[in-house]
Design a protein around this ligand. Structure first.
Ligand code: AHM
Ligand code: MG
Length: 284
């Protein structure tokens, strides 16, 4: 696993440079979920693919930007699913974006997820990693281009103060709206940038809160993809002492996607906010 994390650090430096230097316009393609691809999405995808392909331990790659899985080394152990540039719709306005990795052993699903990592490209370059069963680690890259360990065990508090509610409010269910309103009425503060990496990173490092992306009238299965976005963060939040569930209150890590690009409504938070969600949704 260390060879994969090491390679991810190298890829992070390459993508960070590309964000700063490359052209921002749209490519002429769209991805498997039907989103228009930026030239930067395509380039970041190539950087991840070329980097990870070098590792004999990698059996296959599945990218959010590609329709089909890509076989790599038949003898390899891990299938790595990744979102090369999450939040690409906010990269043009210079908000933070990220890259997310889920490292699976066998058919990718919650049960086979062995490790996860994400990179945040913000004013600083940071990385968070976890291997199943171990603590969540937080790194920051200095001017030496080295990732220095900032915290060897990131932990969520029992209850946080931040609320990051995703999706278009007009399309929320009345139940979801009432739940989100009740958190604000309790004193929670709105923190939502439109990038799940910086939004979840903020909640993780500030000790807790809730990030939600529910099923909506236009997207009943939510927007966020299981293999590349939802499951890696579920592993990280659970390992940090929080919880990650769907609208039935089921652990996201118990979900098996039927298709690599399947999405799921999702709720990530510290224990208190998730217990409030389960009560509000009647799934406690
Ligand atoms: P992307 O992978 O196309 O960038 O979309 C994922 C992003 C997440 O980072 C973010 O949480 C979500 O889309 C925001 O969606 P919305 O604007 O509907 O709240
Ligand atoms: Mg994404």
């Amino acid at each position: 696993m260390q060879s994969i994390f090491q390679k991810i650090k190298e890829i992070a430096l390459d993508i960070d440079r590309a964000i700063k230097d490359q052209e921002m316009g749209y490519s002429e393609q769209c991805n498997a979920s039907g989103d228009d691809q930026l030239k930067l999405d395509v380039y970041a995808d190539e950087l991840v693919e070329h980097g990870l392909k070098e590792l004999p331990i990698v059996r296959a790659l599945i990218s959010e930007e590609k329709e089909e899985p890509m076989p790599v080394h038949p003898e390899g152990k891990y299938t790595i699913c990744y979102d090369p540039l999450d939040g690409s719709s906010i990269v043009d306005v210079n908000l933070s974006v990220g890259t997310i990795f889920g490292i699976y052993e066998g058919e990718p699903c919650g049960e086979t997820l062995r490790a996860a990592a994400y990179i945040v490209y913000g004013p600083r370059l940071e990385m968070v990693t976890v291997t199943a069963g171990d603590a969540v680690q937080h790194y920051r890259c200095g001017s030496s281009q080295l990732f220095n360990l900032q915290c060897e065990e990131v932990r969520l508090e029992e209850k946080g103060k931040l609320n990051a509610p995703g999706g278009t409010q007009k399309n929320w269910s009345p139940r979801h709206k009432a739940f989100i309103d009740s958190l604000f009425a309790e004193g929670y503060r709105l923190r939502y940038s439109g990038g799940m990496v910086p939004d979840l990173h903020q909640i993780l490092l500030k000790g807790g809160g809730l990030f939600s992306y529910p099923g909506t009238s236009d997207k009943p299965e939510g927007k966020l993809r299981l293999l590349f976005e939802v499951l890696p963060f579920a592993l990280i939040y659970e390992a940090a002492g929080g919880e990650a569930v769907d609208e039935q209150g089921r652990r996201l890590l118990e979900i098996t996607p039927r298709h690599p690009h399947d999405t799921s409504p999702c709720f990530f938070g510290s224990r208190y906010e998730i217990s409030r969600m389960k009560e509000a949704y009647g799934v406690a």
